[in-house]
Design a protein around this ligand. Sequence first.
Ligand code: GTP
Ligand code: MG
Length: 233
Amino acid sequence: MRTLIVIPTYNEKQNIQKLIPRIKKAMPGVHVLVVDDGSPDGTAKAVKAMAKSGGIKVIERPGKMGLGTAYVDGFKYAVAHGYDYIFEMDADLSHNPKYLPDFMKEAKSNDLVIGSRYINGVSVVNWPIRRLILSKFANFYARFITGLPLTDCTSGFKCYRRKVLEAINLDDIHSDGYAFQIEMHYKALKRGFKLKEIPIIFVDRHAGSSKMSKRVMTEAAIIVWKLKLGITK
Ligand SMILES: Nc1nc2c(ncn2[C@@H]2O[C@H](COP(=O)(O)OP(=O)(O)OP(=O)(O)O)[C@@H](O)[C@H]2O)c(=O)[nH]1
Ligand SMILES: [Mg+2]
């Protein structure tokens, strides 16, 4: 069974240099694909220097094109190269690689395994209360409108079996950020796949800067209606 971890990056040089060795340690033999958008801090160059040890690949895009299309490009690569298990993971060390084996275990009997911050109360470290309230509200709103049976609809730490990505028309995905996560969960569920949440502890980034914006939130607020009303299928 072949596994690929897809990591979108924009100015994450410091973080990705720490993250990749931790991934390799947590799950030896796994392959890593970094999708970088011409990060001015030289993220891509730093990853390419690490790639000599094998199992690491970089897709370089010319400019900042968004997290959603970065994942779509990564997923297309994964499908084309026949990977069986494909992970989504942030570069900013919010997602701890120690959970990777937990995902793999559940992926044997599920199609999409999602790391949830909200299974056991709230498992978020270092978030300002404002951010937590926003995330909880976004989840409540998304669940209420779409009916997604998840505690963490906007999680970006997950493992797909290849058949899920093959069943979704990736060229139809235009959303970004939170909206992207909700859309992928919804489309997987609608296509009859088995979703399963596992608990993770999420740690806020220490280095680099956030790419969260008002646009990301507005887009998420709209996508749930597009999905619910069948405008986006
Ligand atoms: N390739 C690419 N990666 C991106 C883009 N925007 C964000 N990312 C990456 O996507 C991941 C998640 O982005 P974050 O900025 O951490 O978003 P967030 O987790 O909602 O917010 P913070 O954790 O507060 O920063 C990180 O690895 C980013 O580097 C983009 O436009 N292109
Ligand atoms: Mg982050």
